[in-house]
Design a protein around this ligand. Structure first.
Ligand SMILES: [Zn+2]
Ligand SMILES: [Zn+2]
Length: 348
């Protein structure tokens, strides 16, 4: 079969192969015919062979983990999936055996296997995965939507942690994950969603995805504006998607006392916070988010996708044939916005 392989432990492009064997399914696995795969920042880390890749990637490996397709074979122990099921996959494959797995926190399992990173993924025609890491798609969900569960699920998980119903919610950062958090906040009943970003074009899209108020945080005093909008009280919850120190600090200052700061975006370096004044005296709760809850976040995200606020076209970039994967990577590197999709069978 055709596919792309990271074949050596060094910086360098993926290698296109046409002679890869179709994987043989193990007893607890399913074989998936890939319909499409979205490209993730993680895939660029694998190509560039940065410190993260050096720690996690086992070469040779077929990268690609944001996938949707059809089950075409099942292992002999698999009873809850069948040939013909449409599925997406959870990248974080838990061990089902550690303290976290046993206490309903499998998404932060300490012995995680990573699909498309430490085992073969989906930049190919067929891929296999443990059946219990597949999510069944309802008929209303397109394969393209299904590729968004994995990359944007952290935004929905952030909204779950913020317990948004009836609340004033500030979302900082309006890239695809932030836009998802905006639409999820509205879907789950936030009273007022304030979206902020440094780019006006992104804020216009945030409005389309349900934001009640948009603020360019580069052009205003964000905490002061949030206070004005909330009768001097502040937001109930702030969800940070940016991972940027200044944005995290102004999100924290925009909260009311006993509000909740939810951190989704990953800072590239340690962030300094005024814990005494901004957090401790005000009894702020601080929550970190890693990945998606298995499967609560997926089920919630399906509701968001099927709801009125989430608009797939606002988060999609361009579509490419599998063979043209390097062109898709080039588009990402040159700053073309939105998620890029590759299709093994691309006919349009
Ligand atoms: Zn990803
Ligand atoms: Zn575990």
């Amino acid at each position: 079969m055709r596919g792309w392989v990271k074949d050596r432990a060094a910086p360098g492009d993926l290698v296109y192969r046409t002679d890869l064997p179709v994987p043989e399914v193990g007893d607890d696995e399913v074989l998936i015919k890939v319909h499409c795969t979205a490209i993730c920042g993680t895939d660029l880390h694998i190509i560039d062979w940065d410190a993260w890749a050096q720690k996690w990637v086992q070469v040779p490996v077929i990268p690609g983990h944001e996938v949707a397709g059809d089950i075409v074979a099942v292992g002999k122990n698999v009873t809850e999936r069948k040939v013909g099921d449409r599925v997406s996959c959870e990248t974080h494959i838990p061990c089902n055996d550690c303290y976290f797995c046993e206490h309903d926190m499998a998404h932060i399992c300490k012995n995680m296997t990573l699909f498309g990173v430490s085992i073969n993924g989906a930049f190919t025609e067929y891929t296999k995965i443990r059946w219990d890491s597949t999510f069944l798609l309802d008929d209303a969900l397109s394969y393209e939507s299904a590729c968004m569960f994995e990359p944007m699920g952290a935004g929905v998980h952030g909204v779950e942690a913020a317990e948004v119903e009836g609340k004033v919610v500030l979302v900082s950062g309006c890239g695809p994950i932030g836009l998802t958090a905006v639409s999820a906040s509205k879907t789950f009943g936030a009273k007022l969603v304030i979206a902020c970003d440094l780019m006006d074009e992104r804020l216009a899209i945030a409005r389309e995805m349900g934001a009640d108020v948009v603020l360019n945080s580069g052009k205003c005093d964000l905490p002061a504006e949030v206070l004005k909008l909330t009768d001097g009280i502040g937001a109930d919850a702030a969800i940070d998607i940016t991972g940027a120190g200044p944005a995290i600090r102004s999100g924290l200052k925009s909260l009311r006392a006993a509000g909740r700061l939810v951190c989704v975006g990953l800072p590239g370096k340690p962030v300094e916070l005024d814990l005494a004044n901004d957090l401790i005296y005000r009894e702020i709760r601080l929550t970190g988010i890693s990945g998606r809850k298995i499967w609560e976040t997926w089920e919630d995200f399906a509701k968001v996708m099927n709801g009125p606020y989430f608009k797939l076209e606002n988060v999609l970039g361009q579509r490419f044939a599998l063979e043209d994967l390097p062109k898709a990577i080039e588009a990402i590197r040159s700053g073309v916005p939105g998620k890029m999709l590759v299709y093994p069978d691309f006919d349009t």
